[in-house]
Write a protein that binds this ligand. Sequence first.
Ligand code: HEC
Ligand code: HEC
Length: 158
Amino acid sequence: MIRSMQRVSAAALAAWFVAVPLAAGPAGAVDPLSQVKQGKEAFAAQCLGCHQTVDEAAAGYRKTPAWREVVADMVTRGAKLDPGQQEAVAEYLTGRSLMIAKCTSCHSAFRALTASKSPEAWKAAVEDMVQRMPPDLRPSAEQTGRIAIFLAVERPTR
Ligand code: HEC
Ligand code: HEC
């Protein structure tokens, strides 16, 4: 299945970040928001059975390739995820660990980030925050996009 080969490219993230909502991309392109949403669901269904909390499993900042390895390792331990879901979980956890690495030095864990916002509003809020961050702490444009997508999935409008 082609889907298992799909990855969210930096270009797709940049496109999402520049133009929310995502316009229909080229054939086969993954919508990062949907993928991260799928990752969150698969994570809850397949990872939290053995791991008590999300924080435990997401502890530590890892880039996507490192998360792919962890997820593949967990599949050998019993997590039931097809290749597309594995990729989605790796993307979700990348956004999560980036947010923790880049935002929680000032905001205690999720406390200041508990508002529910639309994807557009999260994008604006994160962009605004990044502008005001000291330059040495600022995430890259790609990382900023991932953080906004993560928060849009984690703290959606109710
Ligand atoms: C069948 C039980 C089980 C499932 C399901 C499971 N894990 Fe694990 N996980 C473990 C065990 C046991 C360890 C400890 C391994 C060790 O210390 O050698 C572990 C360790 C980890 C670690 C720390 C390893 C490291 O390299 O730092 C992470 C992160 C992790 N799991 C994430 C996940 C994620 C993400 C999922 C879902 C895709 C998942 N786990 C699903 C049992 C499970
Ligand atoms: C250097 C410290 C610092 C870092 C790092 C930081 N913030 Fe903030 N953030 C603040 C402060 C201070 C406020 C309150 C500012 C205000 O109310 O005017 C704030 C406010 C916010 C708000 C509330 C804005 C609103 O009006 O709803 C959001 C959302 C937010 N930050 C998100 C983030 C995200 C996402 C990150 C990581 C990319 C981040 N912050 C990193 C200091 C920081």
